[in-house]
Ligand binder design. Structure first.
Ligand SMILES: Cc1cc2nc3c(=O)[nH]c(=O)nc-3n(C[C@H](O)[C@H](O)[C@H](O)COP(=O)(O)OP(=O)(O)OC[C@H]3O[C@@H](n4cnc5c(N)ncnc54)[C@H](O)[C@@H]3O)c2cc1C
Ligand code: SF4
Ligand code: SF4
Length: 458
Protein backbone atom coordinates (compact mmCIF):
# COMPACT_ATOMS: atom_id res chain seq x y z
CA UNK A 1 0.00 0.00 0.00
CA UNK A 2 1.42 3.45 -0.94
CA UNK A 3 2.30 5.78 1.95
CA UNK A 4 -0.11 8.74 2.47
CA UNK A 5 2.62 11.11 1.21
CA UNK A 6 2.75 9.25 -2.11
CA UNK A 7 -0.95 8.42 -2.60
CA UNK A 8 -2.34 9.41 -6.02
CA UNK A 9 -5.80 9.27 -7.63
CA UNK A 10 -4.58 6.28 -9.67
CA UNK A 11 -4.07 4.32 -6.41
CA UNK A 12 -7.63 5.07 -5.31
CA UNK A 13 -9.08 4.20 -8.74
CA UNK A 14 -7.12 0.92 -8.97
CA UNK A 15 -8.30 -0.04 -5.48
CA UNK A 16 -11.95 0.34 -6.47
CA UNK A 17 -12.32 3.18 -3.97
CA UNK A 18 -13.01 6.05 -6.40
CA UNK A 19 -16.60 7.26 -6.16
CA UNK A 20 -15.94 9.78 -8.95
CA UNK A 21 -16.56 12.93 -6.90
CA UNK A 22 -14.27 15.04 -9.09
CA UNK A 23 -12.42 16.59 -6.15
CA UNK A 24 -9.03 15.71 -7.67
CA UNK A 25 -9.98 16.50 -11.28
CA UNK A 26 -7.20 18.93 -12.18
CA UNK A 27 -7.84 18.12 -15.85
CA UNK A 28 -11.35 16.78 -15.98
CA UNK A 29 -13.35 13.61 -15.43
CA UNK A 30 -14.41 10.94 -17.88
CA UNK A 31 -16.48 7.76 -18.18
CA UNK A 32 -14.98 4.34 -17.50
CA UNK A 33 -16.13 1.39 -19.57
CA UNK A 34 -18.76 0.46 -16.97
CA UNK A 35 -20.48 3.86 -17.03
CA UNK A 36 -18.92 5.39 -13.91
CA UNK A 37 -17.29 8.81 -13.53
CA UNK A 38 -13.53 8.59 -12.96
CA UNK A 39 -10.59 11.05 -13.17
CA UNK A 40 -9.54 11.46 -16.82
CA UNK A 41 -6.21 10.09 -18.03
CA UNK A 42 -4.95 13.69 -18.20
CA UNK A 43 -5.88 14.19 -14.52
CA UNK A 44 -4.18 10.92 -13.50
CA UNK A 45 -1.05 11.84 -15.49
CA UNK A 46 -1.04 15.36 -14.02
CA UNK A 47 -0.98 13.91 -10.51
CA UNK A 48 1.68 11.31 -11.37
CA UNK A 49 3.85 14.04 -12.93
CA UNK A 50 3.43 16.31 -9.91
CA UNK A 51 1.65 19.08 -11.89
CA UNK A 52 -1.52 18.79 -9.82
CA UNK A 53 -1.67 19.61 -6.08
CA UNK A 54 1.04 17.65 -4.19
CA UNK A 55 0.19 14.06 -3.16
CA UNK A 56 -0.06 15.13 0.48
CA UNK A 57 -2.92 17.48 -0.44
CA UNK A 58 -4.63 14.71 -2.41
CA UNK A 59 -4.29 12.30 0.53
CA UNK A 60 -6.00 14.85 2.76
CA UNK A 61 -8.87 15.62 0.37
CA UNK A 62 -9.98 12.38 -1.34
CA UNK A 63 -12.97 11.06 0.62
CA UNK A 64 -11.65 7.48 0.43
CA UNK A 65 -8.02 8.29 1.22
CA UNK A 66 -6.83 6.54 4.41
CA UNK A 67 -5.06 9.82 5.24
CA UNK A 68 -8.20 12.03 5.16
CA UNK A 69 -10.02 13.21 8.27
CA UNK A 70 -13.13 11.17 8.97
CA UNK A 71 -16.77 12.26 9.30
CA UNK A 72 -16.61 12.44 13.13
CA UNK A 73 -13.62 14.80 12.99
CA UNK A 74 -15.12 16.97 10.25
CA UNK A 75 -18.49 17.21 12.00
CA UNK A 76 -16.88 18.05 15.36
CA UNK A 77 -14.99 20.93 13.75
CA UNK A 78 -18.11 22.25 12.00
CA UNK A 79 -20.75 21.68 14.71
CA UNK A 80 -18.76 21.90 17.97
CA UNK A 81 -21.79 23.00 20.01
CA UNK A 82 -24.29 20.45 18.66
CA UNK A 83 -26.35 19.36 21.68
CA UNK A 84 -26.83 15.74 20.53
CA UNK A 85 -24.70 12.94 19.16
CA UNK A 86 -25.79 9.53 17.93
CA UNK A 87 -23.37 6.93 16.54
CA UNK A 88 -25.65 6.42 13.53
CA UNK A 89 -26.69 10.02 12.76
CA UNK A 90 -23.62 11.93 13.96
CA UNK A 91 -23.97 15.34 15.68
CA UNK A 92 -27.31 17.17 15.43
CA UNK A 93 -29.62 19.89 16.73
CA UNK A 94 -33.02 18.34 15.86
CA UNK A 95 -34.72 15.63 13.77
CA UNK A 96 -38.02 15.82 11.92
CA UNK A 97 -40.45 13.84 9.77
CA UNK A 98 -42.79 15.61 7.34
CA UNK A 99 -42.80 17.66 4.16
CA UNK A 100 -42.74 21.11 2.59
CA UNK A 101 -46.23 22.59 2.78
CA UNK A 102 -45.54 25.42 0.37
CA UNK A 103 -46.47 24.48 -3.23
CA UNK A 104 -44.95 23.25 -5.48
CA UNK A 105 -42.03 21.77 -3.52
CA UNK A 106 -43.63 18.51 -2.33
CA UNK A 107 -45.32 17.82 -5.69
CA UNK A 108 -42.08 18.42 -7.57
CA UNK A 109 -39.75 16.60 -5.13
CA UNK A 110 -38.94 12.88 -5.02
CA UNK A 111 -39.87 12.77 -1.38
CA UNK A 112 -41.39 15.63 0.66
CA UNK A 113 -39.65 18.38 -1.34
CA UNK A 114 -37.56 19.53 1.63
CA UNK A 115 -34.20 19.70 -0.20
CA UNK A 116 -35.50 22.12 -2.83
CA UNK A 117 -37.42 24.06 -0.17
CA UNK A 118 -34.35 24.62 2.05
CA UNK A 119 -32.22 25.52 -1.00
CA UNK A 120 -34.83 28.02 -2.22
CA UNK A 121 -35.28 29.45 1.29
CA UNK A 122 -31.53 30.05 1.69
CA UNK A 123 -31.48 31.73 -1.72
CA UNK A 124 -34.52 33.92 -1.01
CA UNK A 125 -33.07 35.04 2.33
CA UNK A 126 -29.84 36.19 0.66
CA UNK A 127 -27.78 33.71 2.72
CA UNK A 128 -26.41 32.24 -0.53
CA UNK A 129 -26.05 33.31 -4.17
CA UNK A 130 -26.26 29.86 -5.76
CA UNK A 131 -26.91 26.16 -5.19
CA UNK A 132 -24.78 23.42 -6.77
CA UNK A 133 -27.11 20.49 -7.45
CA UNK A 134 -28.00 17.97 -10.15
CA UNK A 135 -30.17 18.71 -13.17
CA UNK A 136 -31.15 16.82 -16.34
CA UNK A 137 -28.64 17.20 -19.14
CA UNK A 138 -28.01 16.37 -22.78
CA UNK A 139 -24.97 15.10 -24.68
CA UNK A 140 -22.88 12.30 -23.16
CA UNK A 141 -24.50 12.77 -19.73
CA UNK A 142 -28.16 12.47 -18.76
CA UNK A 143 -27.55 14.52 -15.58
CA UNK A 144 -24.87 16.88 -14.34
CA UNK A 145 -24.16 19.32 -11.51
CA UNK A 146 -25.10 22.94 -12.14
CA UNK A 147 -25.19 26.08 -10.02
CA UNK A 148 -28.78 27.35 -9.85
CA UNK A 149 -29.37 30.97 -8.98
CA UNK A 150 -33.20 31.24 -8.94
CA UNK A 151 -36.03 29.28 -7.29
CA UNK A 152 -37.25 28.14 -10.74
CA UNK A 153 -33.80 26.78 -11.56
CA UNK A 154 -33.71 24.96 -8.22
CA UNK A 155 -37.05 23.30 -9.05
CA UNK A 156 -35.68 22.19 -12.46
CA UNK A 157 -33.29 19.98 -10.47
CA UNK A 158 -35.83 18.49 -8.03
CA UNK A 159 -36.02 14.63 -7.87
CA UNK A 160 -33.42 11.96 -7.08
CA UNK A 161 -30.98 10.93 -9.81
CA UNK A 162 -29.35 7.55 -9.25
CA UNK A 163 -26.77 8.41 -11.86
CA UNK A 164 -23.02 9.19 -11.73
CA UNK A 165 -22.27 12.90 -11.52
CA UNK A 166 -19.18 14.81 -10.41
CA UNK A 167 -18.36 18.13 -8.77
CA UNK A 168 -15.41 19.11 -11.02
CA UNK A 169 -17.18 21.80 -13.07
CA UNK A 170 -19.11 23.42 -10.21
CA UNK A 171 -15.98 23.53 -8.03
CA UNK A 172 -14.17 25.31 -10.88
CA UNK A 173 -17.07 27.77 -11.21
CA UNK A 174 -17.11 28.42 -7.45
CA UNK A 175 -13.35 29.06 -7.47
CA UNK A 176 -13.76 31.47 -10.43
CA UNK A 177 -16.88 33.35 -9.33
CA UNK A 178 -17.07 35.15 -5.98
CA UNK A 179 -20.24 34.49 -4.00
CA UNK A 180 -21.68 32.19 -1.34
CA UNK A 181 -22.75 28.73 -2.40
CA UNK A 182 -24.60 25.70 -1.07
CA UNK A 183 -23.78 22.21 -2.32
CA UNK A 184 -26.37 19.42 -2.42
CA UNK A 185 -24.84 15.94 -2.42
CA UNK A 186 -24.64 12.38 -1.24
CA UNK A 187 -22.56 11.84 1.94
CA UNK A 188 -19.22 11.08 0.26
CA UNK A 189 -19.53 14.18 -1.96
CA UNK A 190 -20.25 16.34 1.09
CA UNK A 191 -17.20 14.78 2.77
CA UNK A 192 -15.08 15.46 -0.34
CA UNK A 193 -16.15 19.11 -0.50
CA UNK A 194 -15.66 19.51 3.29
CA UNK A 195 -12.10 18.17 2.98
CA UNK A 196 -11.35 20.42 0.01
CA UNK A 197 -12.71 23.41 1.89
CA UNK A 198 -10.25 22.77 4.74
CA UNK A 199 -7.32 22.94 2.29
CA UNK A 200 -8.51 25.74 0.02
CA UNK A 201 -9.20 29.22 1.50
CA UNK A 202 -11.25 30.30 -1.56
CA UNK A 203 -13.60 27.31 -1.29
CA UNK A 204 -13.66 27.78 2.47
CA UNK A 205 -14.98 31.36 2.05
CA UNK A 206 -17.43 30.58 -0.73
CA UNK A 207 -19.00 27.20 0.13
CA UNK A 208 -21.11 28.25 3.06
CA UNK A 209 -23.75 25.49 3.27
CA UNK A 210 -23.96 21.73 2.71
CA UNK A 211 -27.32 20.02 2.05
CA UNK A 212 -26.83 16.25 2.39
CA UNK A 213 -28.86 13.39 0.92
CA UNK A 214 -29.15 10.08 2.77
CA UNK A 215 -27.61 7.44 0.56
CA UNK A 216 -28.09 3.71 -0.12
CA UNK A 217 -25.49 3.47 -2.89
CA UNK A 218 -24.55 5.00 -6.26
CA UNK A 219 -25.58 3.32 -9.51
CA UNK A 220 -23.64 3.41 -12.80
CA UNK A 221 -25.02 4.88 -16.03
CA UNK A 222 -25.53 1.29 -17.25
CA UNK A 223 -28.66 1.14 -15.08
CA UNK A 224 -30.29 3.33 -17.78
CA UNK A 225 -29.11 0.91 -20.50
CA UNK A 226 -30.81 -1.84 -18.54
CA UNK A 227 -34.08 0.16 -18.31
CA UNK A 228 -33.97 0.63 -22.09
CA UNK A 229 -33.29 -3.07 -22.73
CA UNK A 230 -36.11 -4.18 -20.46
CA UNK A 231 -38.57 -1.63 -21.86
CA UNK A 232 -37.76 -2.69 -25.41
CA UNK A 233 -36.29 0.57 -26.72
CA UNK A 234 -32.94 1.51 -28.23
CA UNK A 235 -30.73 3.13 -25.60
CA UNK A 236 -29.70 5.86 -28.08
CA UNK A 237 -33.31 7.01 -28.36
CA UNK A 238 -33.64 7.77 -24.63
CA UNK A 239 -33.80 11.52 -24.14
CA UNK A 240 -34.68 11.73 -20.44
CA UNK A 241 -34.96 9.44 -17.40
CA UNK A 242 -36.98 9.62 -14.24
CA UNK A 243 -35.97 7.05 -11.68
CA UNK A 244 -38.93 7.58 -9.36
CA UNK A 245 -42.01 8.87 -11.14
CA UNK A 246 -44.32 10.31 -8.53
CA UNK A 247 -47.91 9.09 -8.23
CA UNK A 248 -49.83 10.38 -5.20
CA UNK A 249 -52.30 7.48 -5.57
CA UNK A 250 -49.70 4.75 -5.06
CA UNK A 251 -47.32 3.96 -2.18
CA UNK A 252 -44.19 6.13 -2.24
CA UNK A 253 -41.94 3.05 -2.16
CA UNK A 254 -43.39 1.64 -5.42
CA UNK A 255 -40.75 3.16 -7.65
CA UNK A 256 -41.54 3.58 -11.36
CA UNK A 257 -38.76 4.05 -13.94
CA UNK A 258 -39.85 6.36 -16.76
CA UNK A 259 -38.07 6.96 -20.06
CA UNK A 260 -38.88 9.79 -22.48
CA UNK A 261 -37.78 9.01 -26.04
CA UNK A 262 -36.56 11.28 -28.85
CA UNK A 263 -39.91 11.02 -30.66
CA UNK A 264 -41.73 12.37 -27.58
CA UNK A 265 -43.28 9.03 -26.58
CA UNK A 266 -42.62 7.45 -23.18
CA UNK A 267 -42.12 3.98 -21.68
CA UNK A 268 -42.28 3.10 -18.02
CA UNK A 269 -42.20 0.12 -15.69
CA UNK A 270 -42.38 -0.45 -11.95
CA UNK A 271 -39.04 -1.36 -10.43
CA UNK A 272 -40.41 -4.57 -8.98
CA UNK A 273 -41.07 -5.90 -12.50
CA UNK A 274 -37.46 -5.22 -13.53
CA UNK A 275 -34.76 -7.92 -13.29
CA UNK A 276 -32.56 -5.48 -11.37
CA UNK A 277 -35.24 -3.38 -9.66
CA UNK A 278 -34.56 -4.54 -6.08
CA UNK A 279 -32.48 -1.71 -4.60
CA UNK A 280 -31.10 -3.94 -1.84
CA UNK A 281 -29.58 -6.42 -4.31
CA UNK A 282 -26.93 -3.84 -5.28
CA UNK A 283 -27.10 -3.99 -9.10
CA UNK A 284 -24.66 -1.49 -10.70
CA UNK A 285 -23.39 -0.29 -7.32
CA UNK A 286 -20.06 1.60 -7.33
CA UNK A 287 -17.40 -0.54 -5.60
CA UNK A 288 -16.46 2.37 -3.29
CA UNK A 289 -19.91 2.10 -1.68
CA UNK A 290 -18.82 -1.23 -0.20
CA UNK A 291 -16.31 0.75 1.89
CA UNK A 292 -18.68 3.52 3.04
CA UNK A 293 -19.87 4.07 6.62
CA UNK A 294 -21.85 7.33 6.33
CA UNK A 295 -25.56 6.79 5.61
CA UNK A 296 -26.92 10.23 6.48
CA UNK A 297 -24.31 12.81 5.35
CA UNK A 298 -22.91 13.46 8.82
CA UNK A 299 -20.84 16.48 7.68
CA UNK A 300 -23.83 18.34 6.16
CA UNK A 301 -25.59 21.31 7.78
CA UNK A 302 -28.86 19.51 7.16
CA UNK A 303 -29.56 16.04 5.74
CA UNK A 304 -32.64 14.64 4.04
CA UNK A 305 -33.99 11.17 3.40
CA UNK A 306 -37.24 9.33 2.78
CA UNK A 307 -39.43 8.25 5.71
CA UNK A 308 -39.31 4.55 4.85
CA UNK A 309 -41.68 3.45 7.64
CA UNK A 310 -45.46 3.24 7.77
CA UNK A 311 -47.68 5.14 7.43
CA UNK A 312 -45.32 7.37 5.42
CA UNK A 313 -44.02 4.80 2.91
CA UNK A 314 -47.61 4.20 1.74
CA UNK A 315 -48.21 7.92 1.17
CA UNK A 316 -47.45 8.54 -2.51
CA UNK A 317 -47.18 12.29 -1.98
CA UNK A 318 -43.76 11.68 -0.34
CA UNK A 319 -42.44 12.29 3.17
CA UNK A 320 -38.97 13.36 4.30
CA UNK A 321 -36.93 12.67 7.37
CA UNK A 322 -34.62 15.58 8.19
CA UNK A 323 -31.55 15.86 10.45
CA UNK A 324 -30.61 19.46 11.26
CA UNK A 325 -27.06 20.15 12.40
CA UNK A 326 -26.47 23.88 11.91
CA UNK A 327 -28.11 26.33 14.36
CA UNK A 328 -28.78 28.74 11.45
CA UNK A 329 -30.85 26.18 9.51
CA UNK A 330 -32.49 24.98 12.74
CA UNK A 331 -33.77 28.54 13.30
CA UNK A 332 -35.02 28.90 9.70
CA UNK A 333 -36.88 25.56 9.92
CA UNK A 334 -38.44 26.41 13.29
CA UNK A 335 -39.71 29.73 11.90
CA UNK A 336 -41.20 28.01 8.82
CA UNK A 337 -42.97 25.38 10.98
CA UNK A 338 -44.47 28.18 13.05
CA UNK A 339 -45.85 30.06 10.04
CA UNK A 340 -47.12 26.90 8.31
CA UNK A 341 -44.69 26.70 5.37
CA UNK A 342 -43.35 23.36 6.62
CA UNK A 343 -45.35 20.45 8.08
CA UNK A 344 -42.70 18.81 10.26
CA UNK A 345 -42.93 16.86 13.52
CA UNK A 346 -40.06 16.29 15.99
CA UNK A 347 -38.78 12.71 16.08
CA UNK A 348 -35.93 11.00 17.94
CA UNK A 349 -32.74 9.41 16.59
CA UNK A 350 -34.19 5.88 16.74
CA UNK A 351 -37.07 6.94 14.48
CA UNK A 352 -34.67 8.34 11.86
CA UNK A 353 -32.39 5.29 12.04
CA UNK A 354 -35.44 3.02 11.75
CA UNK A 355 -36.32 4.59 8.40
CA UNK A 356 -32.87 3.52 7.10
CA UNK A 357 -32.56 0.16 8.87
CA UNK A 358 -31.30 -1.70 5.79
CA UNK A 359 -28.79 1.06 4.97
CA UNK A 360 -27.31 0.96 8.48
CA UNK A 361 -27.09 -2.86 8.45
CA UNK A 362 -25.23 -2.82 5.14
CA UNK A 363 -22.90 0.07 6.15
CA UNK A 364 -22.13 -1.02 9.73
CA UNK A 365 -22.55 -4.79 10.32
CA UNK A 366 -22.04 -5.57 6.60
CA UNK A 367 -19.03 -3.24 6.36
CA UNK A 368 -17.39 -4.89 9.40
CA UNK A 369 -17.73 -8.25 7.64
CA UNK A 370 -16.64 -6.98 4.18
CA UNK A 371 -13.49 -5.42 5.66
CA UNK A 372 -12.33 -8.93 6.60
CA UNK A 373 -12.44 -10.34 3.06
CA UNK A 374 -12.53 -7.48 0.52
CA UNK A 375 -8.79 -6.87 0.15
CA UNK A 376 -7.69 -3.78 -1.77
CA UNK A 377 -4.32 -2.27 -2.71
CA UNK A 378 -5.21 0.74 -0.58
CA UNK A 379 -6.88 -0.34 2.67
CA UNK A 380 -9.68 2.08 3.61
CA UNK A 381 -9.65 3.37 7.19
CA UNK A 382 -13.20 3.19 8.55
CA UNK A 383 -14.97 4.02 11.80
CA UNK A 384 -16.18 0.40 11.85
CA UNK A 385 -13.68 -2.28 12.92
CA UNK A 386 -13.27 -5.41 10.75
CA UNK A 387 -15.21 -8.32 12.27
CA UNK A 388 -15.64 -11.78 10.76
CA UNK A 389 -17.55 -13.39 13.62
CA UNK A 390 -21.03 -12.95 15.04
CA UNK A 391 -22.90 -12.64 11.71
CA UNK A 392 -25.53 -15.36 11.17
CA UNK A 393 -24.68 -17.56 8.14
CA UNK A 394 -27.63 -16.27 6.09
CA UNK A 395 -26.61 -12.62 6.64
CA UNK A 396 -23.06 -13.45 5.59
CA UNK A 397 -24.48 -15.07 2.44
CA UNK A 398 -26.58 -11.96 1.76
CA UNK A 399 -23.54 -9.64 2.07
CA UNK A 400 -21.47 -11.90 -0.20
CA UNK A 401 -24.26 -12.21 -2.80
CA UNK A 402 -24.89 -8.47 -2.82
CA UNK A 403 -21.18 -7.75 -3.36
CA UNK A 404 -21.02 -10.33 -6.16
CA UNK A 405 -24.11 -8.86 -7.87
CA UNK A 406 -22.61 -5.37 -7.64
CA UNK A 407 -19.33 -6.54 -9.15
CA UNK A 408 -20.74 -8.77 -11.89
CA UNK A 409 -23.59 -6.51 -13.00
CA UNK A 410 -21.03 -4.04 -14.41
CA UNK A 411 -19.25 -6.78 -16.33
CA UNK A 412 -22.32 -8.61 -17.59
CA UNK A 413 -23.94 -5.38 -18.86
CA UNK A 414 -20.66 -4.38 -20.53
CA UNK A 415 -20.41 -7.80 -22.19
CA UNK A 416 -24.08 -7.71 -23.32
CA UNK A 417 -23.57 -4.21 -24.77
CA UNK A 418 -20.40 -5.26 -26.62
CA UNK A 419 -22.19 -8.21 -28.23
CA UNK A 420 -25.43 -6.27 -28.67
CA UNK A 421 -27.21 -9.12 -26.87
CA UNK A 422 -29.13 -7.57 -23.94
CA UNK A 423 -30.55 -10.96 -22.94
CA UNK A 424 -27.10 -11.99 -21.69
CA UNK A 425 -27.41 -9.36 -18.99
CA UNK A 426 -31.14 -9.56 -18.29
CA UNK A 427 -31.18 -13.35 -17.88
CA UNK A 428 -28.15 -13.25 -15.61
CA UNK A 429 -29.79 -10.42 -13.61
CA UNK A 430 -33.06 -12.35 -13.22
CA UNK A 431 -31.18 -15.46 -12.01
CA UNK A 432 -29.10 -13.39 -9.56
CA UNK A 433 -32.21 -11.67 -8.25
CA UNK A 434 -33.86 -15.06 -7.68
CA UNK A 435 -30.94 -16.18 -5.49
CA UNK A 436 -30.74 -12.83 -3.67
CA UNK A 437 -34.46 -12.76 -2.88
CA UNK A 438 -34.38 -16.39 -1.74
CA UNK A 439 -31.68 -15.44 0.76
CA UNK A 440 -33.03 -12.04 1.78
CA UNK A 441 -36.79 -12.70 1.88
CA UNK A 442 -37.02 -16.54 1.66
CA UNK A 443 -38.89 -16.05 -1.61
CA UNK A 444 -39.49 -18.80 -4.21
CA UNK A 445 -38.75 -22.54 -3.99
CA UNK A 446 -35.11 -21.90 -3.10
CA UNK A 447 -36.21 -19.45 -0.40
CA UNK A 448 -38.61 -21.99 1.10
CA UNK A 449 -35.86 -24.60 1.09
CA UNK A 450 -33.48 -22.21 2.84
CA UNK A 451 -36.21 -21.38 5.36
CA UNK A 452 -36.62 -25.11 6.14
CA UNK A 453 -32.83 -25.43 6.59
CA UNK A 454 -32.88 -22.37 8.88
CA UNK A 455 -35.61 -24.08 10.90
CA UNK A 456 -33.62 -27.34 11.03
CA UNK A 457 -30.52 -25.44 12.19
CA UNK A 458 -32.55 -23.61 14.84
C1 LIG B 1 -27.79 8.11 -5.13
C2 LIG B 1 -28.85 8.41 -4.10
C3 LIG B 1 -29.14 7.45 -3.14
C4 LIG B 1 -30.10 7.72 -2.15
N1 LIG B 1 -30.36 6.77 -1.20
C5 LIG B 1 -31.26 7.03 -0.22
C6 LIG B 1 -31.55 6.06 0.80
O1 LIG B 1 -30.95 4.97 0.85
N2 LIG B 1 -32.46 6.39 1.76
C7 LIG B 1 -33.14 7.58 1.74
O2 LIG B 1 -33.97 7.81 2.62
N3 LIG B 1 -32.88 8.51 0.80
C8 LIG B 1 -31.97 8.27 -0.17
N4 LIG B 1 -31.69 9.22 -1.13
C9 LIG B 1 -32.32 10.56 -0.98
C10 LIG B 1 -33.72 10.59 -1.52
O3 LIG B 1 -33.77 9.93 -2.77
C11 LIG B 1 -34.21 12.03 -1.72
O4 LIG B 1 -33.26 12.72 -2.52
C12 LIG B 1 -34.33 12.79 -0.47
O5 LIG B 1 -35.25 12.16 0.36
C13 LIG B 1 -34.75 14.25 -0.74
O6 LIG B 1 -36.01 14.29 -1.30
P1 LIG B 1 -36.71 15.71 -1.52
O7 LIG B 1 -38.07 15.50 -2.09
O8 LIG B 1 -36.59 16.49 -0.26
O9 LIG B 1 -35.73 16.38 -2.58
P2 LIG B 1 -36.05 17.18 -3.92
O10 LIG B 1 -36.79 18.42 -3.57
O11 LIG B 1 -36.57 16.25 -4.94
O12 LIG B 1 -34.59 17.64 -4.34
C14 LIG B 1 -33.57 16.70 -4.57
C15 LIG B 1 -32.29 17.49 -4.74
O13 LIG B 1 -31.20 16.58 -4.81
C16 LIG B 1 -30.44 16.85 -5.98
N5 LIG B 1 -29.93 15.57 -6.46
C17 LIG B 1 -30.62 14.58 -7.08
N6 LIG B 1 -29.81 13.57 -7.36
C18 LIG B 1 -28.58 13.92 -6.91
C19 LIG B 1 -27.32 13.29 -6.92
N7 LIG B 1 -27.13 12.09 -7.46
N8 LIG B 1 -26.27 13.93 -6.35
C20 LIG B 1 -26.44 15.16 -5.81
N9 LIG B 1 -27.61 15.82 -5.78
C21 LIG B 1 -28.66 15.19 -6.33
C22 LIG B 1 -31.42 17.50 -6.94
O14 LIG B 1 -30.74 18.29 -7.87
C23 LIG B 1 -32.28 18.32 -5.99
O15 LIG B 1 -31.68 19.55 -5.72
C24 LIG B 1 -30.77 8.97 -2.14
C25 LIG B 1 -30.48 9.92 -3.12
C26 LIG B 1 -29.53 9.66 -4.10
C27 LIG B 1 -29.22 10.71 -5.14
S1 SF4 C 1 -12.96 9.71 -5.01
FE1 SF4 C 1 -12.91 11.78 -5.84
S2 SF4 C 1 -10.96 12.66 -5.08
FE2 SF4 C 1 -10.83 10.43 -4.80
S3 SF4 C 1 -9.79 9.67 -6.67
FE3 SF4 C 1 -12.00 9.57 -7.05
S4 SF4 C 1 -12.55 11.51 -8.07
FE4 SF4 C 1 -10.53 11.77 -7.10
S1 SF4 D 1 -23.05 4.71 -0.41
FE1 SF4 D 1 -21.47 6.03 0.43
S2 SF4 D 1 -19.81 5.94 -1.08
FE2 SF4 D 1 -21.66 5.21 -2.10
S3 SF4 D 1 -22.51 7.03 -3.10
FE3 SF4 D 1 -23.50 6.81 -1.11
S4 SF4 D 1 -22.28 8.09 0.27
FE4 SF4 D 1 -21.06 7.74 -1.55
Amino acid sequence: MPSPEALTPADIVESGLCIGCGGCASRGMTWDRYGQRKPSTATLTDHEAGHAPPPAAFAATCPFSPGARNEDQLALARFPAAPHHDPRLGRYEANYVGHADQPPFRERGSSGGMVSWVAADLLASGAIDGVAHVIPSTGDRLFHYRISRTADQILEGARSRYYPVDLAEVLAEIRATPGRYAIVGVPCFIKAASLLREQDPVLNDRITHFLGLFCGHMKSAAFVDSFAWQLGVERDTVRAVEYRRKDPDRPANWYTAHLTLDDGTARWQDWFHLADGDWGAGFFQNSACDACDDVVAECADVSFGDAWVEPYSSDGRGTNVVIVRSPEIAARITAAITDGRLALTDVDADFIAGTQAAGFRQRREGLAYRLTWQKRRVTPVKRVAPRATGHPPRRRAIYRTRAAIARWSHRMAWFARRLNQPWIYTRWAAASLYVYQALAYKRGRLGRLLARLDGAEG
